[in-house]
Write a protein of this length. Sequence first.
Length: 94
Amino acid sequence: MFLIAGVQPKTKTLDKEAKICPGCGLKTAHNQRIDHYFSLFFIPVLRVKKGETMLTCDRCRQFVNTNPARRCRRCNQVMDPDFKFCPFCGDPAH
Ligand SMILES: [Zn+2]
Ligand SMILES: [Zn+2]
């Protein structure tokens, strides 16, 4: 017997009701999240990374990030949520 372990992505659909896709205008989009799971023998046992919620269209495969972009309150540049300081003006993040 040998062990098969690894981290694999798993797409999770968060809502049953289809939503209107901003790309094609049809009601074919769903909120989905791609989580990463540590798996043993291809069975996910532990979630290691929680993905961001994205609106995914079944038809045009468009991904729309539903989380509003984080902007610097000083210079209004879009900044990564992990940043502690704004990379553009050095303002501490809030
Ligand atoms: Zn679409
Ligand atoms: Zn800034």
